[in-house]
Design a protein around this ligand. Structure first.
Ligand SMILES: C[S@@+](CC[C@H](N)C(=O)[O-])C[C@H]1O[C@@H](n2cnc3c(N)ncnc32)[C@H](O)[C@@H]1O
Length: 279
């Protein structure tokens, strides 16, 4: 499903919501395979998407589980407005509700779910152990929690891009990692400590053609954000190279290069609330 195709496909889609939509478009195949992995373990009637963002997970799950009611939870009203918009475009409005809640303030008062989906969101929660404990205690036995994370932003370029100093992207990612971007533990221990049974962990390497309009725009957005976020930590030479890459035109621009890929990874944890006394 391409529930984001109504957007323009020019190179400037830079808002936080745009980044999430681009990520969803580029990783559509991955998401489709992930929901099949979930369908092997769960036939949910109630699904809660925590830290739902623009509704990537909500919509993919609504499509795969046509009988399910879905509740998208986020603290951002702007994000939730996008969820409602997109859910409406695909005819899911009768099954998708949104709930504005700050997960740092505790597990919200939401009906008990058969499936909880927390994609790229658990590492944002201030005290994930308290959160996981509250979530665990709120669930019915048999309910499944799926947590998804990525280790870093995707990479798009070869080491040698013909300009600047080789290894620019690796240097930028090392700096970003030092600043804790996307930092998350292996959640297995935290999940078990909260009482969940970690049934499966699925780590997927992603390596896609990056020479498509969407991937180019995604690359420009991600590299532009690295440039913005790392600023003075990068050398003048690297900053200049990033500017040339992110420029709208020119031989070095991401809009015209032919050597782009989308390389990254995602890890998914499937964690079950057990029947009391079974564990
Ligand atoms: C990186 S986005 C992931 C969105 C979506 N799950 C996806 O896979 O595209 C993280 C989302 O978590 C939300 N978020 C972060 N901290 C939160 C909190 N304490 N309470 C509720 N939502 C939170 C943000 O507003 C954002 O929409």
């Amino acid at each position: 499903m391409n529930h984001h195709s109504h957007h323009e496909t020019h190179m400037h889609r830079d808002s936080p919501a745009d980044v999430l939509d681009l990520d969803a478009e580029v990783h559509r195949g991955y998401l489709a395979s992930l929901v099949e992995w979930i369908a092997d373990r769960s036939a949910p009637r109630v699904i809660v998407d925590v830290g739902a963002g623009t509704g990537t997970g909500t919509c993919v799950l609504a499509e795969r589980f046509p009988e399910a009611e879905l509740i998208a939870v986020d603290r951002s009203p702007q994000m939730l407005a996008r969820v409602r918009d997109i859910a409406g475009q695909y005819g899911f409005q009768d099954r998708v509700r949104t709930l504005e809640a700050d997960l740092d303030a505790g597990w919200p008062d939401v009906e008990s779910a058969d499936l909880v989906w927390a994609a790229l969101s658990l590492h944002h929660v201030r005290n994930p152990n308290v959160f996981l404990q509250q979530l665990h205690d709120s669930l019915k036995p048999g309910a499944l929690l799926v947590v998804v994370e990525m280790e870093s932003q995707p990479r798009f370029l070869p080491d040698d891009i013909g300009i600047g100093t080789q290894g620019l992207e690796a240097r930028a990612h090392t700096l970003a990692a030092e600043r804790g971007w996307n930092n998350h533990p292996d959640w297995s221990d935290d999940l078990e400590r909260a009482g969940f049974d970690v049934e499966a962990v699925r780590r997927t390497e992603i390596d896609l053609d990056g020479n498509t309009t969407t991937a180019r725009t995604y690359a420009r957005t991600v590299l532009g954000k690295l440039r913005e976020g790392l600023g003075n930590s990068l050398s003048a030479d690297d900053l200049d190279t990033l500017d040339r890459l992110c420029a709208d035109h020119g031989l070095d621009s991401l809009s015209t290069r032919t050597d782009l890929r989308v390389r990254g990874n995602r890890t998914a944890w499937a964690a079950r609330k057990l029947d009391r006394g079974v564990k």
